[in-house]
Design a protein around this ligand. Sequence first.
Ligand code: HCA
Ligand code: CU
Length: 386
Amino acid sequence: MPLDNFRIIESTLREGEQFVGASFTTAQKAEIARLLDAFGVECIELTSPLASPQSLADAKAIVALGLKARILTHVRCRIEDAKVAIDTGVDGVDVVIGTSSLLRQFSHGKEMDEIIDTAREVVSFVRDQGVAVRFSTEDSFRSAREDLFRVYEAVDAIGVNRVGIADTVGVATPRQVYELVKELRGRVKCDIEFHGHNDSGCAIANAFEALDAGATHVDTTVLGIGERNGITPLGGLIARVYASNPALVHKYDLPLLRKIDGAVAQMVGVDIPFNNYITGITAFTHKAGIHAKAILNNPETYEILNPQDFGMTRYISIAHRLTGWNAIKNRAEQLGLTLSDEKIKAITEHIKAMADERQISLDDVDGLLRWVNNGHALPESAAVTT
Ligand code: HCA
Ligand code: CU
């Protein structure tokens, strides 16, 4: 069954380092790696050790942490790079080369035959050192299909562990991803990885379609950070897979997500977006009276994600003009007040009128509930509070 055994390649320490706000210290990298390992991601991908002397030292330092997750590093498809990568002691080397005509012409200048020869050479070299190897094509969706299959089949035939499809520019649609992965699934026996950028907002849907079509691995980063506006976010992928079947993500320590998102947000100098999957401040906040009533009866009416599974709390917003008497009644009960339904309904009308006049707060609602509970009449005018 697709999705049953999907694995996460967490690339905050590689793609995420390509986010403009990111420049992690060694200690921060170790903290991120430990948190991701505790969360349960299967693989952690690191920046190329050839990027800088610090990147090399940090790769060795992360390897030395002895985490459960497999540690991978990411290099260009060249023997010299692969050698340096292997020497860091990583479990796997991810190699990549551009196959679109744009990249062939303006980046490395190689023709397809040459790319295939190099790919074969590098893949066998890494494999012969007893290290896992992944081969991926950059900008896969603007590459000719026949070129992609030729190179993937060539490396599959010599025992590559995994091939990667990369939507480098975020151009692919979910259907295109599904179709490409489906066809590739029929052509190679190795694992298949998907890496998708989010330029047009499809990164999560694309990753999910890739898994549904038979991909085994998805690349994510915390909060989706990466080049430009980034890639598939870890939390977003988790939300998407959970929504299709919560059992598929029980292998991860879901409540840790909040800490992970918070830690990385702080390190790269951004806030967790208010509308972020799972950890955004409004992710479990219900507002309209009709929603609130149903949620109070059964949260599944308007929630596909159970906040408790993520260590989050549901919040029902009641201090506004869309409020309803069921939610106000629930609030009165929380405050230990016993008010008749009639009184609650009258208070609700008063709150609505107040909210039409000005911005009100939960304190206003609570004050009104207590005021009436203490035997006072509702104020005459909505503009006057107790
Ligand atoms: C890049 C490279 C990459 C590589 C993906 C992969 C991409 O930074 O341009 O190795 O599969 O998006 O193509 O991140
Ligand atoms: Cu990328």
